[in-house]
Design a protein around this ligand. Structure first.
Ligand SMILES: O=P(O)(O)OC[C@H]1O[C@@H](O)[C@H](O)[C@@H](O)[C@@H]1O
Length: 319
């Protein structure tokens, strides 16, 4: 477990200073800090589709396809889709998730907005806000098809916390039934980069990964950093380091810190695969995105009736 964001030195809910703003519409929730940072979350899939930080909140940190479908008819290509309760194509048969679509139903279901909470931390002559948005998905709200395919009683609360230069996304999964169930979870983050050819990923050395492009077999990562020079689809498993970092042009760009999650998928479809996806635009958008997807996808998490599990990430924009 990594440390949660440090506790504010003083919390003053009635502070007189400017407060974060939250707008709730039929299909999305938008939050903005007084300093300009913002986050947009679509209720479809509780998909974060924009996270802006930097000076006056001018820097978009997430890649969203120009052809992303945002009307709820399919998963969003970009942002941070939530993958649950199965990662990738489900096991062909013999597992409770076998009849689910690729990456499960969470990114394909409408979530409920549960509300917000904000904190203001004050230091010497400084004051910093953060805002947490909570979203819920329950078995009772699933479509009949998904409920039939995965007939367990569950509740998931997904919390998205916007800080000055960070975005924390945490999943809390509860088994609300009597029967135990197994699940996988993954936060399929599409980071926005200026030029993939100038990016390096560190924090994965000494890890075993499955290379889904090469041979679907296990390999050992010995090199201290990874550059993307073609299609990549790797599942890094049981990673020792808690932080995966992205450098661009020799400068630190992102830190992705895992919390109670041991695995990370690194994905870029590159030229041909990008062209083959109808909702991936522009065709050369693969140059501006890098998926660093934290998760628990090697094997299964098991929850007995009444138990719950929590895991997630803190992403830091280091501009
Ligand atoms: O097209 P989808 O279902 O959103 O999946 C995108 C990619 O998601 C990644 O997590 C997988 O490792 C890839 O194999 C997959 O191609």
């Amino acid at each position: 477990m990594v440390d949660r964001p440090s506790r504010p030195s003083a919390i003053s809910p009635t502070a007189a200073g400017p407060q974060p703003q939250v707008d709730v519409s039929d299909d999305k929730v938008t939050a903005r800090l007084p300093t300009g940072e913002s986050v947009e979350v679509l209720l479809h899939g509780a998909t974060v589709i924009s996270w802006k930080s930097g000076s006056k909140g001018n820097t978009e940190n997430l890649w969203l396809s120009e052809a992303a479908v945002l009307d709820g008819s399919k998963p969003v290509r970009g942002g941070v889709p939530v993958v649950f309760p199965v990662f990738g194509p489900p096991p062909k048969s013999g597992h409770a998730t076998s009849s689910l679509p690729q990456h499960g139903f969470a990114r394909n279901s409408r979530w409920e907005y549960l509300g917000k909470s904000s904190t203001e931390s004050t230091g010497d002559n400084t004051s910093e806000n953060s805002i947490k948005l909570d979203f819920g998905l329950y078995s009772s709200a699933l479509s009949d098809t998904f409920r039939k395919a995965w007939p367990y009683d569950f509740g998931v609360v997904y919390s998205v916390t916007l800080g000055k230069d960070s975005l924390q996304t945490m999943m809390n999964v509860r088994n609300e039934g009597k029967e135990g169930f197994e699940f996988q979870v993954l936060l399929h983050t599409y980071l926005r980069v200026k030029d993939i050819s100038k990016c390096q990923i560190t924090g994965l050395a000494g890890t075993t990964y499955t290379d889904k492009v090469l041979d679907a077999k296990d390999h050992s990562s010995t090199s201290p950093s990874l550059s993307i020079t073609g299609e990549v689809d790797r599942v890094y498993k049981s990673i020792k380091q808690s932080t995966t970092s992205v450098q661009e042009d020799g400068k630190s760009r992102f830190d992705v810190v895992r919390d109670n999650l041991e695995d990370t998928v690194v994905w870029n479809p590159w030229i041909e695969k990008a062209k083959g996806m109808g909702d991936f635009k522009p065709d050369d958008g693969y140059k501006n995105m890098l998926c660093v997807e934290v998760g628990a996808v090697d094997g299964w998490q098991k929850l007995e009736g009444g138990e719950s599990w929590e895991g997630g990430q803190i992403m830091k924009s280091l501009l």
